[in-house]
Design a protein around this ligand. Structure first.
Ligand SMILES: Nc1ncnc2c1ncn2[C@@H]1O[C@H](COP(=O)(O)OP(=O)(O)OP(=O)(O)O)[C@@H](O)[C@H]1O
Ligand SMILES: [Mg+2]
Length: 282
């Protein structure tokens, strides 16, 4: 075998071994804890030895950076404007997570010029290739960007609270994704759970209706307990898994991280996540 063939084989092996897993954290109703879950999950997945990138993909109202005391000078709006390269806006958090600060006030992917959008998604694709897991914190609701990010992800983690309004909106999101033929793993996480029992009830309500009316399988990602330490940590601008590693919410996110690592069956894909998002516009 020639040297070139060997190098080619090695590259192919490496790229197979390096398939990146993308997890879109999303919700029907706003304020149910997506950003807190995304950040703290990213930190624990990184602590478990994965190379993790965390992207604030709420293009209208990005605020993930508020949850940490990171030195965020630039964000995706600068990349879109062409004044900074993606590498320059990425913040290397002390936990090892590569954090991409989101833009506030960008109207949406479809409002970017074709050039801006292609460049942005290309750059994000390169970051994706350098990581094992990409966590995408989306905005709430069923807007076009949320649906594109979610449809393209290997796992969609739908976050809900146990209240009926949040459950209804979570179900609506699952319904739209199913109607769009979503092929990855749809999982439900119940945040603000008063206890295990209520979390279970909320999961069962959504999953049984999804099975009955949509013929969709919703996996049980577990729950995060309502925990006053979450608010304390937010006030201190510290991720709660670092500020209070043994608090109930931290233990729940640890269980979630373990579950996600264990259930990591990937859909075979020819292209990366951000490439798939870009294809929506082709
Ligand atoms: N398990 C929890 N226990 C107690 N408070 C929580 C919990 N999870 C989140 N919170 C609180 O709820 C608030 C909203 O959380 P977060 O910003 O993560 O939600 P979000 O879904 O990202 O919101 P948005 O839809 O606006 O992006 C936070 O200020 C946080 O303090
Ligand atoms: Mg948020």
């Amino acid at each position: 075998m020639s040297h070139d063939d060997q190098a080619g084989n090695l590259r192919r092996l490496m790229s197979q071994a390096r398939q990146t897993r993308t997890i879109a954290v999303t919700s029907g109703k706003g304020g149910v804890g997506k950003s807190n879950v995304s950040l703290n999950l990213a930190i624990l997945l990184s602590a478990a030895g994965n190379r993790v990138a965390l992207v604030d993909a709420d293009l209208a109202l990005a605020n993930l950076d508020v949850l940490m005391d990171a030195d965020v000078r630039w964000n995706l709006s600068h990349v879109v404007a062409g004044t900074r390269r993606l590498e320059e806006i990425v913040v290397n958090l002390p936990s090892g997570v590569q954090f991409v600060p989101g833009a506030s006030g960008l109207a949406g992917l479809s409002d970017l010029s074709e050039f801006q959008r292609a460049k942005l998604l290309d750059d994000l694709g390169a970051l994706e290739a350098d990581n094992d897991i990409v966590i995408v914190d989306t905005g709430a609701g069923i807007g076009p960007d949320v649906l594109k990010f979610a449809s393209c992800a290997d796992t969609v983690l739908v976050v809900t609270a146990p209240e009926p309004t949040a459950i209804t909106d979570g179900y609506a999101l699952i319904k739209v994704l199913t109607q769009r033929d979503y092929r990855g793993q749809l999982s439900l996480l119940v945040n603000f759970a008063p206890d295990r029992h209520e979390a279970r009830q909320a999961y069962q309500r959504i999953s049984s209706v999804a099975r009955q009316f949509l013929d969709a399988r919703v996996l049980d990602a577990g729950y995060v307990l309502h925990d006053s330490k979450v608010r304390d940590a937010v006030r201190k601008r510290e991720p709660f898994v670092l500020a209070f590693p043994r608090c109930p919410a931290s233990r729940c996110v640890a269980a979630l991280a373990t579950k996600l690592c264990a259930g990591g069956a990937l859909v075979e894909r020819k292209e990366g996540f951000f490439r798939r998002v870009a294809n929506w516009f082709a």
